[in-house]
Design a protein. Structure first.
Length: 468
């Protein structure tokens, strides 16, 4: 074994590598040296849009209110709102030439570091906007997907968001990558590639990744479908509505479930299902779902199929609406449009005008009520109207039940217990070794107890005497 002389110690290559990575080699565990000031700088966002919205005449441009809230949720501060009244955006740079120059000047004055467009942009529009303004540009879909990525917690949500990101990114690779040189074998013999562009390699990688994610999500969707089918014996209610309408607060008010509640967009991405006990003992399953939004990227709708399965499999939809929102009617239309896209338009719906405690304009609330069909005015925060809601849900559940009389052996405790689990027992009477029970039972369970159902006796009618 070769000895090391004290004057010429062996170089500690492994230690050097650990030091470069911020690891203290004297410790057995990794010790990352955190650089000071790691918090990313705050984004200063400029909102831009094109259209003929009448609200654009207001100096404060309320047409951008929702986009501004999305930007705030993503962690940006809005410093500029810029709107062009025009029927259609310019195909080359989204804004007209004059407006584009005016935007560039205002960006310098406000110090904006990010441009957010209120519509989906083509790669050419993004490229030309960035060329003129020298500021990074994203569109509405990219912003929403970024928020979803930040809010995702479960494996399913993370996979769904990653799939949506890749599907959004795939047609935009040309503007995202600059390494478009051909692989010509610069490394010498044995390193020559097929001569294809690096862009095509990236596209193939993205395509393969999308296929892998879809395969994983198909497994999750199959499991989710089995879960939903396993609940077919119960009456299922799903909370749907525009994002930040108060669905999670309603879930907590009705079931007491410990769910995350926040006054911001897309606070809930994962579906939660809890048992909702009614006063007569009837139990229904209540599911809280992801909120909808105007111009929701179709990639997200497609990738969240497993989550939305709770909606399509429900027996009743509770459509939560923020009654204090001036744009409540338009948002109701947006939600119903998404419900139609996922195949849930035919499911019975009860509109709940939530946050009635925040309504200041009573006349506007009455106008909203007159434009709706079946609805209730409630407040999940104060509990106003929730008793009426429970009664409506109980009435809807009763339509899926039959009231039956059963004659069962009193000694068969397992049989009686099974009935009590599946039905609401109204009356019970013991006679010797028998028990007579009147119960409300879901129709899907009726066949399990058909042998003990007491059939009503037929009414015998006398045959009329022939006329003389």
């Amino acid at each position: 074994m070769r000895s090391r002389s004290p004057g010429n110690p062996a170089k500690d290559y492994a230690g050097d590598r650990r030091r470069k990575k911020g690891v203290d080699p004297s410790q057995n565990r990794d010790f990352r040296v955190e650089p000071s000031g790691t918090a990313p700088p705050e984004e200063r966002a400029a909102l831009i849009g094109v259209g003929m919205d009448a609200r654009a005449d207001d100096a404060e441009l309320p047409v951008f209110d929702e986009l501004a809230e999305l930007a705030r949720t993503a962690g940006a501060r809005v410093v500029l709102r810029f709107y062009q009244r025009k029927a259609n955006p310019e195909s080359s740079a989204y804004l007209g030439k004059g407006k584009l120059e005016a935007l560039a000047e205002q960006l310098k004055e406000t110090g904006a570091t990010l441009i957010i467009a209120d519509d989906d942009l083509t790669p050419a529009q993004v490229r030309n906007l960035e060329k003129v303004t020298c500021v990074r540009v994203i569109d509405r879909s990219e912003l929403i997907i970024d928020i979803f990525a930040k809010q995702a917690r479960t494996e399913q949500a993370k996979l769904q968001v990653e799939l949506a990101q890749l599907q959004y990114m795939a047609p935009r690779l040309r503007r995202m990558w600059t390494h478009l040189s051909r692989i010509t074998g610069a490394g010498g013999i044995g390193s020559r590639g097929p001569g294809e562009k690096q862009l095509e390699v990236d596209r193939r990688i993205v395509k393969r990744k999308i296929e892998d994610l879809r395969a994983k999500l198909e497994i999750i969707e199959a499991r989710k479908e089995r879960e939903v089918k396993g609940r077919r014996d119960a009456f299922k209610v799903a909370l749907v509505g525009y994002t930040n309408a108060g669905k999670s607060t309603m879930m907590h008010a009705l079931t007491g479930a410990d769910v995350y509640i926040a006054d911001r967009l897309f606070a809930t991405l994962d579906t939660r299902t809890r048992k909702f006990e009614l006063e007569d003992g009837t139990g229904v399953l209540l599911s809280d779902t992801v909120g909808f939004i105007d111009k929701l990227p179709h990639h997200l709708v497609a990738s969240f199929n497993a989550t939305l399965a709770e909606v399509t499999g429900a027996d009743l939809l509770l459509h939560i609406v923020d009654a204090s929102d001036d744009a409540a009617v338009a948002k109701i239309g947006c939600v119903r449009d998404v419900l139609g896209k996922i195949g849930a338009a035919s499911i019975p719906e009860l509109v709940l005008l939530n946050k009635c405690d925040r309504v200041n304009d009573v006349a506007r609330l009455e106008a909203l009520r007159s434009s709706l069909g079946e609805h209730l005015v409630v407040s999940a925060l104060t509990g106003h109207g929730l008793d009426g809601l429970r009664a409506r849900v109980r009435g809807a559940a009763a339509e899926f039940e039959d009231v039956i009389d059963l004659d069962m052996p009193a000694g068969d405790g397992a049989l009686v217990a099974a009935l009590e689990r599946m039905a609401a027992v109204r009356e019970r009477e013991y006679r010797d070794d028998r028990v007579l029970i009147k119960a409300s039972i879901p129709r899907v369970h009726r066949h399990r107890f058909e042998a003990w159902i007491v059939s009503p006796k037929p009414i015998r009618r006398r045959r009329p005497k022939p006329l003389p």
